[in-house]
Design a protein around this ligand. Structure first.
Ligand code: ARG
Length: 458
């Protein structure tokens, strides 16, 4: 394709280091679509004769059918998907194939193909996140009043509801979707027609090509067009944050499924056994989601490092942009599918969660709040009194609401019998009716709003 000025062909090492076809063949659909849009425009503008444009379009359609049926052939000598397709086109229709590359370069070609691939991946991530949110909302609705301990520092803090906890992940997934949406909005410009780096002297119609490929507009600067990979970094940044959320959820399910917690029984079909310990049921899928998140974050770092020192415009380093993005996208797809299935199939042990919430002095804040509300005591002082009550209960090995009234009054005489109504985990949760709070009624409001946002039935 470029041998004109060379006395010798590339060495075996050069061929190997140069070849991107082993991975960029994944771009074949986008490469053919971009070539179809380009040649239609060349024909419409009379840059290529109408007959030639038709022959090229028919040849490209045939190649697409061949790739669909047999896969993309992997010949290192042809370097990448662009040259593989062009060489097949020449074999099919002869020298007229050479007219396809008028007014373009592989630099704008790969920028356009890859952008379209990342656009598809961003849309797929959004759809997978919507499915994940739907399952979270269903389970949150079911468990809007299921009591569990809420933790800070992984220490029992205050009772919350499981529905509230699950809806926290609904919020995270919503932010993830907005990040993919913002990435999509920013990448909605077509680089095709920037040619190698400077634009072209042919009277091309970049707006027509952009529209044909579903972009809002052509990119505005030819140098930026071929050197920009922000769209891939935006995708990876959104994917990395999404993966962190999935990893945190995976970590919680791993903890909850452990015997000391016993809060959750993970679905059998997403767990594995041990070959030596018959009693084991291991949360491997969740552990792998937690593990994959590291590789997805690594993909973001990888592409950032690739791009950080490159002068304008194209450098071959940029060929390394694709493997991390492809890997991250397939790991993210799989992780989202795994966590969606895991949330749908997990059995939550309401009895164990309630027992844990009742065991950990989780309503101590409610005692302090009661002293503030009913006794007019400043919160800091109420906190101190409550600390003494917890210490007493702990020394006796009982729950806070099991301490005798006389003993509580010995700590502070302003306490009276009404306090016990505030000390149950149910009362504690029911009292937290502030906007976004954990009271079952509040959780149900958030669930209803989420159902509406997702277009779910009531
Ligand atoms: N395979 C190349 C890539 O993925 C295509 C662009 C090659 N351009 C060039 N000037 N060598 O980046």
């Amino acid at each position: 394709m470029w041998g004109g000025r060379f006395a010798a062909g590339p060495s075996a090492i050069m061929r190997e280091i140069n070849a991107s076809i082993p991975f960029d063949k994944a771009l074949w659909r986008h490469d053919i679509a971009a070539s179809q849009a380009h040649v239609a425009m060349l024909g419409a503008r009379g840059i290529v004769a109408a007959d030639d444009a038709r022959a090229i379009a028919a040849g490209l359609a045939q190649i697409a059918a061949e790739y669909e049926a047999d896969g993309v052939p992997e010949d290192w000598d042809l370097e990448d998907i662009h040259m593989t397709t062009e060489s097949r086109l020449a074999a099919l229709i002869g020298p007229v194939a050479g007219r396809l590359h008028t007014a373009r370069s592989r630099n704008d070609q790969v920028a356009a193909d890859f952008r379209m691939w990342v656009r598809d991946a961003s849309r797929a991530a959004d759809a997978a996140l919507a499915a994940f949110q739907t399952v979270l909302v269903e389970r949150a609705d079911e468990h809007a009043a299921t009591i569990m301990p809420g933790f800070t520092h992984l220490q029992t803090a205050q009772p919350v509801t499981l529905g509230h906890h699950l809806m926290a992940y609904y919020e995270m997934a919503g932010r993830d979707r907005s990040r993919f949406g913002a990435a999509l909005a920013r990448m909605d410009e077509c680089p095709l027609g920037a040619a190698a780096l400077a634009g072209t002297g042919f009277p091309i119609d970049r707006h027509a090509v952009a529209a044909a490929l579903g972009f809002a507009a052509p990119t505005a600067n030819s140098l930026d067009s071929v050197s920009d990979r922000d769209f891939a970094l935006d995708y990876l940044a959104a994917a990395a944050q999404c993966a962190l959320h999935l990893s945190r959820l995976a970590e919680e399910l791993i903890l909850w499924a452990s015997q000391p917690f016993g809060f959750a029984v993970l679905p059998d079909d997403l767990s594995t056994g041990s070959s030596i310990m018959p009693q084991k049921k291991n949360p491997d899928a969740a552990e792998l989601v937690r593990g994959h998140s590291g590789r997805i974050v690594g993909a973001l770092m990888s592409l950032m490092m690739t791009m950080k020192g490159l002068p304008l415009a194209y450098s071959k380093d940029m060929q390394d942009d694709k493997p991390p993005v492809f890997e991250a996208a397939s790991l993210l797809d799989l992780s989202l599918a795994a966590m969606t299935a895991m949330i749908a199939g997990t059995t939550f042990r309401a009895d164990r969660m309630r027992a844990a919430a009742e065991a950990g002095y989780a309503t101590a804040t409610d005692l302090a709040d009661w002293l503030v509300r009913e006794g007019g005591i400043p919160f800091r002082e109420a906190h101190h009194i409550t600390g003494a009550a917890v210490k007493l209960a702990e020394s006796r090995g009982t729950a806070l609401d099991q301490v005798a009234l006389a003993d509580l009054q010995a700590i502070d005489p302003r306490i009276d019998a009404r306090v016990f109504a505030a000390l149950s985990v149910d009362a504690s949760v029911a009292a937290r009716t502030s906007y976004g709070g954990t009271a079952p009624g509040e959780v149900r409001k958030r669930v209803a709003a989420a159902r509406q946002a997702l277009g779910m039935t009531e």
